[in-house]
Design a protein around this ligand. Structure first.
Ligand code: ACO
Length: 327
């Protein structure tokens, strides 16, 4: 059988503090009814003091390592997908390396917003195909609570903090990453962005700058997200020569229950085959897919030989899909 990169183990971590819709009602002019009907979100986890993105990531990594029966020193490459690292330099991945003691790894970040985990998985897969002996930690981790304007009801109800991790190795047994397709369109950047303009040259500073919190054209994002994920999934199914009915579980980016339901309808998916946990965590950007994958794995919803479709959409715009045969 041909060589493939395969997921050996999963792990995830969320901060203990839970912010409910009732809590948000006391912070901004909103209601549980509005948030639930528009987004499907009921609660989200919010990092406390010292719970930086790298710390959440390190906890998720340690759980994945334990599940794989590996030590941190066994890791050769450490990739973190994030848009909310606590530092600009060094990378979040280097801070995770320090935290867990992955002394033999080289470490770097990937920035592709909510699609970041799929991008990181793709980069890691190429490393495995070049050197099958490698063990690679691929993490999606965010503390979006640090990038949200908590006075802005349009956005603050949507996001949460979390980390998810997988360990990638090689396989000749037929399992692993079967097909993928990634996309981006930078011309649409201004529909969803976090402006870090404080560090820009003064001559370039935007007079209307409101601070570096998430800015989003919600309705446009909604429309593009459904279309883009649907077409990415179709491209990947075609590439792999697989019918949608053969897919055991779809693990989509968790931004909004209405996006997920629309996607399911367009693809003609049995609702039972879509993994959904957005009600408990909100949108945790690059962390949503590895967090959902770990939950599904630990709940026994992923059996050997299952075809699992991951798909994502996020700021950039970036989007894509990846089809995996579970090990
Ligand atoms: N509580 C109460 N009212 C609110 C809230 C809130 N939290 N937020 C907005 N509103 C109001 C608006 O002010 C507006 O009032 P107005 O008509 O008086 O101006 C009204 O609700 C309707 O606002 P819309 O933006 O039209 O509401 P919509 O039905 O489109 O829902 C939402 C907004 C949930 C953001 C939706 O557009 C959406 O899900 N978009 C997808 C974006 C997304 O999920 N982004 C996450 C990041 S991107 C990603 O991960 C894919």
């Amino acid at each position: 059988m041909s060589l493939r990169a395969t997921i050996l183990a999963t792990g995830s971590h969320v901060p203990a503090r839970v912010l409910t819709n009732a809590d948000l009602e006391k912070m901004v002019d909103t209601s549980d009814e509005w948030i639930t009907s528009r987004t499907g979100i009921k609660t989200r986890h919010i990092a406390g003091p010292g719970e930086y993105t790298s710390i959440l990531a390190a906890h998720a990594a340690q759980k994945a390592l334990a599940a794989a029966g590996l030590g941190a020193a066994d890791i050769d490459v450490l990739v973190v997908a994030t848009i909310s690292a606590e530092m600009t330099m060094p990378s979040c991945a280097c801070l995770v390396q320090k935290e867990i003691g992955a002394v033999n790894a080289f470490a770097f970040d990937v920035n592709a917003a909510c699609s970041g985990f799929l991008y990181a998985l793709s980069v890691a897969e190429k490393q495995i195909l070049a050197d099958p002996s490698l063990k690679i930690l691929v993490i999606g981790a965010e503390t979006l609570s640090s990038r949200v304007d908590w006075q802005d009801r349009n956005t603050c109800v949507l996001f949460g903090d979390a980390a998810g991790a997988v360990i990638l190795g090689s396989s000749h047994r037929g399992d692993g990453l079967l097909a993928e397709k990634l996309f981006s369109d930078g011309s649409l950047y201004n529909l969803l962005y976090i402006d870090a303009a404080q560090s820009l040259n003064a001559d370039l500073r935007n007079e209307d700058f409101q601070g570096s919190s998430i800015k989003m054209a919600g309705r446009d994002v909604f429309k593009y997200a459904v279309k883009a994920m649907e077409s990415a999934v179709q491209v990947v199914l075609d590439k792999a020569g697989v019918a949608v009915s053969e897919v055991s579980l779809v693990v989509p980016h968790q931004a909004n229950i209405r996006i997920i339901n629309k996607l399911g309808q367009k693809l003609g998916l049995d609702p039972e085959k879509i993994y959904i946990n957005v009600s408990r965590y909100g949108n945790t950007s690059a962390a949503t897919i590895p967090l959902a994958l770990d939950e599904a794995n630990r709940a026994g919803r992923l059996q050997s030989g299952d075809l699992v479709m991951l798909c994502a959409f996020g700021g950039g715009f970036t989007w894509g899909a990846t089809l995996i045969k579970w090990q």
